[in-house]
Write a protein that binds this ligand. Structure first.
Ligand SMILES: Cc1cc2nc3c(=O)[nH]c(=O)nc-3n(C[C@H](O)[C@H](O)[C@H](O)COP(=O)(O)O)c2cc1C
Length: 275
């Protein structure tokens, strides 16, 4: 019964995924009235005076939503490792690159970082809602000999160009080779706190069921990716809207009129009275 209700909810979401834009009557120069009122003061955070945990709290809750890479890697002794990372993004398509970064503590290294540095190979598996709990549990800070595949119950499927397996439950898996690795420290410090890794995507495997009608792109309504927000909160991607890409040719007359009006008008200042 519960399963039927869940499937119905999924089908309804697919049909309703594409909704209208937030401000259908918006035109060039309109800006937005959101939070302009002085009853919404800004609080400033000076990171040079803040603890690392307070910095983490404000930034990881503000820079959202972050996609989640479930990374599969192998230790040099062959022990498989699986863990989620949300300091993760696409860097470019020529060449196809992703970035992921590891927060290092003095107490415990990140096995994924060690494995990638040593073996130069990994797979990135996009996390979808149906296996959110399984992916989440792989974040357990377990000893190196622990195989998080067993803990999560997720299924290995062989990669073709790299040794670490892909996650079969993941609708999108990327076979990656290490492209760049850089250990980073805070300014004026020798302490290694972060490692930035860029991965060259050699091959992608996409479940056909999440592809769009042309089979060339992933349909977000079908992928149902989850994202990380602050703390232990995740987000579902349930709704999308389209905005036409602004063409300079079309926007230019409006821009010239707005620029002229601003230069002539009494209100030629660029900043609000608050700033
Ligand atoms: C959703 C989620 C996202 C995470 N993102 C990161 C991240 O971007 N960087 C990081 O260092 N740790 C991140 N973590 C914590 C690691 O997953 C955790 O430290 C894990 O034990 C690392 O596993 P490993 O030592 O086997 O590599 C995240 C945890 C969760 C639950």
């Amino acid at each position: 019964m519960l399963r039927v209700r869940r499937l119905t909810a999924l089908a309804r979401t697919r049909a309703q995924f594409h909704t209208g834009p937030p401000n259908p009557n918006w035109t060039y120069g309109d800006g937005s009235a959101q939070w302009l009122d002085s009853k919404f003061p800004r609080k400033s955070f000076d990171f040079s005076r803040m603890s690392s945990s307070d910095t983490y709290k404000i930034l990881t809750s503000a820079i959202v939503p972050r996609p989640i890479a479930l990374i599969s890697s192998l230790a040099t002794d062959g022990v498989p490792n699986l863990a989620p990372f949300s300091y993760f993004s696409m860097i470019g398509n020529i060449p196809p690159l992703i970035s992921v970064s590891f927060s290092l503590s003095q107490k415990r290294s990140k096995h994924t970082r060690e494995n990638i540095a040593a073996t130069k190979e990994f797979t990135v598996n996009i996390v979808s809602e149906p296996f959110a709990e399984a992916a989440n549990c792989t974040a357990a800070e377990a000893p190196a000999e622990v195989d998080e595949w067993i803990l999560s119950g997720l299924t290995m499927t062989p990669s073709t160009l790299v040794k670490p397996a892909c996650v079969l439950e993941s609708a999108v898996s990327l076979e990656c080779e290490l492209y760049f690795l850089k250990d980073l420290s805070p300014p004026n410090s020798e302490l290694l706190t972060t490692t930035l890794v860029l991965g060259l995507i050699k091959k992608a495997h996409v479940h056909e069921s999440v592809l769009d009608a042309e089979g060339a792109a992933v349909d977000p309504a079908k992928l149902r990716p989850i994202a990380r927000l602050g703390g232990t909160t995740y987000a579902r991607v349930l709704e999308g809207f389209d905005l036409e890409r602004t063409s300079w040719k079309k926007a230019r007359p409006a821009y010239e009129q707005l620029a002229r009006a601003r230069a002539l008008g009494p209100d030629s200042k660029r900043f609000s009275s608050e700033s």
